[in-house]
Design a protein around this ligand. Structure first.
Ligand SMILES: NC(=O)c1ccc[n+]([C@@H]2O[C@H](COP(=O)([O-])OP(=O)(O)OC[C@H]3O[C@@H](n4cnc5c(N)ncnc54)[C@H](OP(=O)(O)O)[C@@H]3O)[C@@H](O)[C@H]2O)c1
Length: 261
């Protein structure tokens, strides 16, 4: 018997989406999905210039003639984030959407976590999410409204911020719990400015972020997923495009975890 799965198609033509972490993993898959849907993308550069160049080449091939660019952005540093959005504003693009995907996830036993490592993870994942949201909203608030709204933001959070599963990620889980609450707070603060904010919490996704996960943790976690496999980043990207385009969806965090006990 042949089975079919209905697939949504998206039209992002004439729009610009800013994607932090857009040269890699989930961010790159989101960028590719938007390029396939005809949208322009501005990514934050990878600290590895070859990764940035490869991402831009790929995006330009997917949407010939549609503007694609990259600018440096250290998300935990307000001057750098302001510079990133300043460069985007100077380029004249209207920022319709933000997908904030940049983040880090080191694995360190609880008792071995130092304050320096805890602070670094919170600086990038928690402070970074606040700074990127704030500066994106600073641009979006000046847009002419489209269908009543000036901009839409999706923060890539994590199921770890809802249900911690591992003692090696206390700092990460804490920072991602902060992201999930930031979604709620930013949504309330920015709605009067015409900006929609939602979150997307992935479960286990096959990206470089998990490259150093101990094999016993990978095996233990895989056994908990009801869909019996990890997701590919493209599947998270499809969900992100849904979140960006759902008409009456605000202040929510969508879990994309394949069912997890
Ligand atoms: N993979 C999963 O299973 C999973 C599950 C739940 C949530 N997430 C979340 O999904 C997001 C994307 O992760 P991923 O799996 O796609 O991992 P990834 O492939 O490692 O991508 C992470 C991206 O973040 C960027 N980044 C890291 N630190 C940064 C900083 N200080 N300033 C600016 N950019 C920085 C990296 O840039 P460089 O190229 O310069 O390193 C990279 O582009 C993260 O927020 C992560 O927490 C992932």
């Amino acid at each position: 018997m042949t089975t079919t799965v209905a697939r949504a198609s998206f039209d992002f033509s004439g729009t610009t989406t800013v994607i932090t972490g857009g040269a890699s993993g989930i961010g790159l898959s989101c960028a590719e999905a938007i390029a396939r849907a005809g949208g322009g993308v501005i990514i934050s550069s990878s600290r590895n210039p070859a990764k940035t160049d490869a991402a831009l080449q790929r995006l330009r091939a997917l949407a010939p003639g549609v503007p694609m660019s990259a600018h440096p952005c250290e998300v935990g540093d307000e001057a750098s984030v302001a510079g990133f959005f300043g460069a985007i504003a100077a380029g004249g693009a209207r920022v319709d959407h933000l997908i904030h995907s940049a983040g880090v996830s080191p694995n360190t036993d609880f008792l071995a976590q130092t304050q320096a490592e805890w602070d670094q993870v919170h600086n990038i994942n928690a402070t970074g999410s606040f700074l990127v949201t704030k500066h994106a909203a600073g641009l979006m608030r000046h847009n002419e409204p489209v269908e009543g709204w000036r901009g839409r933001i999706v923060l890539i959070t994590s199921t770890n911020g809802i249900n911690s599963n591992d003692p090696v990620s206390a700092h990460y889980d804490s920072s991602k719990a902060g992201n999930n609450m930031l979604v709620r707070n930013a949504a309330e603060a920015l709605a009067p400015l015409g900006i929609v904010v939602n979150g997307l919490a992935p479960g286990w996704i096959n990206t470089a972020l998990n490259a150093t996960l101990p094999p016993e943790v990978r095996a233990r976690e895989s056994a908990k997923i009801w869909m019996q496999r990890w997701a590919e980043p493209g599947e998270v990207a499809t969900a992100a495009l849904h979140v960006l385009t759902l008409p009456y969806y605000m202040a929510q965090v969508l879990l994309v975890d394949g069912g997890y006990r």
